[in-house]
Write a protein that binds this ligand. Structure first.
Ligand SMILES: Cc1ncc(C[n+]2csc(CCOP(=O)(O)OP(=O)(O)O)c2C)c(N)n1
Ligand code: SF4
Ligand SMILES: [Mg+2]
Length: 282
């Protein structure tokens, strides 16, 4: 398949210049590099501008509910762990209302790739502060500036035992595509946080702002947790690249039932047994 074959017939509805175009292009590039089969791939999202992404990609997809995309994706993966399951969404969706799901999916090491378009704002709802908005950022919901310490997605993921932790920039789709490719190939939970500017509602964290404030990790030891955490905590300049990767058995490999075969290929439980169980527990 060519890159164009991974585009759906639905044209993106994002504002001109939105960072999410670069993320879509990077996912398409990664899909092409890995020769992903649309019929074996599912993209799940929550709610937000970024969560519209699955409509624009040629695969199975589910545009679910705000903050619940990771939980829905886990269900899909457990039903058929032979599928490539990718989750896409925003910083509000994933690091606010959905943060608990992310943490638990990470500690289970479910084999899912999670791409978060982190624009440090609520885009869809027209410019309220998000969990990653910077201290002091004046938004519609914080007219005197944000007073809460922002969520640090990389440090969160590391401390929740994620086994692939990376960050990219939608202004560098080639570099981002490599990180996404690595995440999809990785067996286990992969987080790719992406600086993806909202050109309409975040006038602080613009493309120029990111270009001035980020640098690429090179030559770092990606198997060293302490080094990864040190980079995650940097504030002077923000690193992008692969922070950490480790090989640990996935949930699907450890679970007694799932490790036999995907659930959809297993015999259904006999109705009589189900009824007996219901009688016992109901
Ligand atoms: C349960 C629930 N709470 C709140 C909302 C309203 N809502 C929709 S999108 C959104 C935040 C969007 O921000 P983000 O996830 O960062 O996505 P972006 O639009 O910035 O890409 C909110 C609060 C909702 N749809 N459902
Ligand atoms: S409002 Fe922001 S995040 Fe939403 S489409 Fe427009 S630029 Fe992108
Ligand atoms: Mg956002």
């Amino acid at each position: 398949m060519n890159e164009i074959d991974y585009k759906s017939d639905v044209k993106p509805t994002w504002c001109p210049g939105c960072g999410d175009y670069g993320v879509l292009n990077s996912i398409i590039k990664a899909a092409k590099m890995l020769s992903l089969k649309p019929e074996n791939t599912v993209i799940v999202s929550g709610i937000g501008c970024s969560s519209n992404l699955p409509h624009f990609f040629n695969s199975y997809s589910l545009h679910s509910i705000h903050g619940r995309a990771v939980a829905v994706a886990e269900g899909i993966k457990f039903a058929n762990h032979e599928l490539n399951v990718i989750v896409t969404g925003g910083d509000g969706d994933g690091y606010g209302i959905g943060l608990n799901h992310m943490i638990h999916a990470m500690r289970r090491n479910v084999d899912i790739t999670y791409v978060v378009m982190d624009n440090e704002i609520y885009g869809l709802t027209t410019g309220q502060s998000s969990p990653t908005s910077m201290l002091g950022h004046k938004t519609k919901s914080t007219p005197f500036g944000v007073i809460e310490t922002p969520v640090n997605p990389i440090a969160q993921a590391l401390s929740a035992s994620a086994t692939y932790v990376a960050r990219g920039f939608s202004g560098d789709p080639g570099h981002l595509a490599e990180l996404i490719k690595g995440g999809i190939s990785h067996k286990g939970f992969a987080l790719i946080d992406v600086f993806s500017p909202c050109v309409t509602f975040n006038k602080i964290n613009t493309y120029d702002w990111f270009r001035k404030n980020i640098y690429k990790l090179e030559g770092n030891r990606t198997d060293d947790f302490t080094e990864a955490m040190k980079h995650a905590k940097e504030t002077e300049r923000l690193p992008i690249g692969l922070f950490y990767k480790t090989d640990t058995p996935t949930y699907e490999e450890r679970d007694l039932v799932l490790k036999k075969s995907p659930l959809i290929k297993q015999d259904r439980v006999d109705n009589n047994i189900l009824e007996k169980l219901m009688e016992e527990f109901a």
